[in-house]
Write a protein that binds this ligand. Structure first.
Ligand code: NAD
Length: 331
């Protein structure tokens, strides 16, 4: 049984706490958050201990591995604390606020040597059963040679403005998932072209884009197009298409039921999409944890790792530059 310490007790920590409690190979040992009430709230739901002394979680002899769900600016420090304590870590995305911080992280990890414990990045969409099935079908050659990937990713509603202010901007906060999905299919990205949109008057004073269209290509010219919006009236819009020489594969939105309604005013009407990431990617988070646990048990480096986090962040920075300058950025 792998005893896990949770770092942070906010929105995503609650999702991981549930996955840890439900996985037969893991148990939630302790939750650490600077806000003790938040830690206690998550811990008590799963019979775990709570502490506001976050450093003590890394030192805890009854913790075998950690899941890092703290705010992004703290990820590098928390990854390094896990490595120093000799504990594998699953860290939420993005790996850091900027590539300079990742370079410093790499330097410190290199000092820790090859025997340093494993670090996995929380790019949960790689573990979504439908997206993974599309990926595996592409890899198996079912649609011939891959030419284009289309990713649609729209949130049901914008997060609070206070969140946007410290999020690092739409490309690092939101599109980062799609950049990783694009890399999952295309490998290394060679060119980045982005259009940022300011269409939502409610978000006008945030200084951040509320929508974006990004086109990526790898060195062979295979493309990925990403469409993002911070709002979507019909729910959490998460779709994917892979197009190749022999056909295409699509992963559609997920709804609470499969009921189709036909009336005098509409036909084929279905429920709105599952509301947000907690519901839509519940299975993906559980399978992501399973992959982390399996890698530790088998002594393998888990995937995606720090280098995947670093690469997605570089693409995010290139997209921000392209949206600002209008130029195509070459990586
Ligand atoms: N993979 C996903 O789908 C997904 C979804 C949401 C958020 N995230 C990522 O997860 C991270 C957390 O996001 P969130 O939405 O849960 O944020 P949140 O604001 O809801 O929670 C963050 C928590 O961290 C706590 N915290 C602050 N300082 C701390 C410290 N020094 N040590 C420990 N805990 C501390 C806060 O008190 C808070 O409870 C971010 O990096 C975000 O990008 C990933």
């Amino acid at each position: 049984m792998l005893r896990i310490g949770l770092i942070g007790a906010g929105r995503i920590a609650r999702v991981h706490a549930r996955s840890i409690a439900q996985n037969p190979s893991t148990t939630l040992a302790v939750v650490g958050d600077v806000v003790l009430e938040a830690a206690s709230d998550v811990a008590s739901a799963h019979g775990a201990r709570a502490t506001a002394d976050v450093d003590s979680v890394f030192a805890d002899a009854e913790v075998d591995a950690v899941v890092i769900c703290s705010p992004t600016p703290l990820h590098v420090d928390h990854i390094l604390a896990a490595v120093r304590a000799g504990k594998p870590a699953l860290c939420e995305k993005p790996v850091a606020m900027d590539s300079a911080a990742v370079d410093e992280l790499r330097r410190r990890l290199a000092e820790a040597g090859d025997s340093a414990p494993a670090v996995m990045m929380g790019f949960n969409r790689r573990f979504d059963p439908s997206f993974q099935a599309v990926h595996d079908a592409v890899e198996a050659g079912e649609i011939g040679t891959l030419e284009q990937v289309t990713i649609i990713s729209r949130d049901p509603a914008a997060p609070p403005k206070e969140y946007i202010a410290v999020s690092g901007g739409i490309f690092k906060d939101m599109t980062i998932h799609d950049f990783d999905t694009a890399r999952y299919f295309l490998g290394d990205i060679a060119t980045v072209s982005a259009l940022g949109q300011h269409l939502d008057p409610e978000l006008a004073d945030t200084g951040d884009f509320d929508g974006a269209i990004v086109t990526l290509a790898n060195a062979a010219g295979v493309s990925a197009t990403i469409t993002n919006s911070r709002h979507c009236a019909s729910g959490y819009d998460q779709r994917l298409e892979a197009f190749g020489t022999l056909g295409s594969l699509t992963a559609d939105n997920v709804r609470p039921t499969t009921v189709r309604r036909n009336t005098a005013t509409l036909t084929e009407a279905q429920d709105p999409y599952l509301d947000f990431f907690l519901e839509r990617y519940e299975a993906a988070y559980a399978r992501e944890l399973g992959a982390f646990v399996a890698a530790i048990a088998q002594g393998r480096r888990p995937s995606p790792g720090i280098e995947d986090g670093a690469a997605a962040l570089r693409v995010a920075e290139a997209a921000a530059e392209s949206a600002r300058t209008g130029a195509v950025v070459r990586l």
